[in-house]
Write a protein that binds this ligand. Structure first.
Ligand code: FES
Length: 292
């Protein structure tokens, strides 16, 4: 069976849903119990401070370290202690960075549903097993039993590589954590979108501007236009809330500054597009993307 058939088998593993749902609920409860500090930790793991999802950047470290340790383990036979020590070190680096990658992956997975959640769950279970095997290998190495440690490391590395397929499937097939505004930029020239009187203070009005969906609102005297599609997973921003100069997504609660589009709270890690606005002499609102 080709791997691209396998991914569709995983899509249909709905018997995983109760366990996955329970785990998400538990994580939500922990975040709620931990208050703003826990929310900031989750935001940090989502990559809000980086302007980019953190998980894909972190996963390179354990995969790279374990690739190195596997090669050194294979080369080590009878070639001296140096290669073996280097392999031990790389297994340790891979395990430590693997824990950080797992934490960021759980933070991203927490806000998924349906087939995406199932695939993420399988990805996490396989990676958890891989981390367990490589952790066991590390303990055996520390105990001076490198020969016995190698099969654990090899198996763990194979499992982590297999698990990576499902991570890639989530991004490239399902679009998990892909910026939903990557292709729709909006008009470069001033474009009429509404009558000025239609835009009310604190209310959200959805309109189309060129190839982009936008939301218009008024904050005091200021007319504001931002993207109508949440960059995190495509939530409808016109169904969100405006409060304290920010707009909140109705789906997972990401918060963005209305003046700059910057992320104030995740899980979104990328900014909400903003548009320049003006009102014509005939009372029409026009928007355009800010000139570079
Ligand atoms: S779609 Fe997830 S926070 Fe908006």
């Amino acid at each position: 069976m080709a791997l691209f058939d396998l991914e569709r088998v995983v899509d249909r593993l709905d018997f995983l849903d109760p366990a996955a749902g329970q785990l998400q609920k538990l994580i939500s409860q922990r975040i709620a119990a931990g208050g703003p500090v826990a929310q900031r930790v989750k935001d940090g793991l989502n990559g809000t401070w980086l302007g980019h999802p953190l998980h894909p950047a972190l996963t390179d470290v354990p995969i790279g370290a374990w690739t190195g340790s596997t090669l050194l383990d294979l080369l080590d036979h009878g070639r001296g202690e140096g290669l073996g020590h280097a392999a031990d070190l790389l297994v340790g680096i891979g395990c430590a960075s693997g824990l950080a990658a797992a934490a960021s992956g759980v933070a991203d997975w927490h806000d998924t549903y349906g087939a995406e959640r199932r695939t993420g769950f399988v990805h996490g279970l396989l990676n958890g097993a891989a981390l367990g095997l490589l952790g066991s290998s590390l303990l055996l190495r520390v105990a001076g039993r490198r020969r016995g440690a190698r099969p654990f490391a090899l198996l763990g590395y194979g499992l982590a590589t297999f698990a990576a397929f499902f991570g890639g499937d989530m991004v490239f097939r399902m679009g998990t954590q892909v910026n939903r505004n990557a292709w729709a930029k909006g008009p470069e020239d001033w474009t009429e979108v509404a009558a000025d009187e239609e835009v009310k203070d604190g209310a959200l009005l959805r309109r189309r501007a060129g190839d982009a969906e936008i939301v218009l609102t008024r904050v005091g005297a200021r007319l504001v236009a931002v993207g109508a599609v949440c960059p995190h997973a495509g939530g409808p921003m016109d169904e969100g809330k405006v409060e304290d100069g920010r707009i909140a997504c109705p789906w997972h609660g990401s918060n963005f500054e209305l003046s700059t589009g910057a992320v104030c709270q995740g899980p979104a890690s990328m900014a909400l597009p903003i548009f320049e606005t003006r009102v014509t002499a005939t009372g029409q609102v026009e928007v355009r993307i800010p000139p570079r």
